[in-house]
Design a protein around this ligand. Sequence first.
Ligand SMILES: [Zn+2]
Length: 185
Amino acid sequence: MRTYFGGGRRPIQVCAFCFYILEVTKTFLKMDKLKIVTELKKYFKVQELVDRLTYQRWGESAWNFLDGRLLEVILVLRRDVLKVPLVCNDWLYGGKNEQRGLRTNLSPLVKQKTDKNVLYLSQHNMGCAVDLVSAKMTAEEMRKLIVKNANKLPCKLRVEADVNWLHIDVMDDITKKDKVYFFKA
Ligand SMILES: [Zn+2]
């Protein structure tokens, strides 16, 4: 028996033959975004992935501004790989963090760049990145576990190296061959 990780689906035990067939057909078995969001809501409120202004304007529809690949990666990391509570934005709970998920034209980090006429193509601006921390694990421990479990991820993942938070994004750099690859900001 082998453990099959079908992207955002729950892991299942299958025989070696079924494992092979499932791996081959994986690309045709993609979870749709609604299923991913429904599953992910067990672990995150949308307020944790967008800022206050976005939530005030769009409410639950704010899920639509977040890339489906990113949401599936967060689900798989939380449920199947890291298996510890992860914190993104905490403004909803009285914290100061609002820019760890989606960033808008009014997010200070973005606005400051615009005001200075500086180009800023952060994946956060595209709904393709999150910064996560955990009380149970350091960022370095999380990065090591992610590399070790790269086969469980539904797509290629870009990870920021040498920072004390976990930045992940789904930029999908065509020059990179590794499923999980690193960059320095
Ligand atoms: Zn980041």
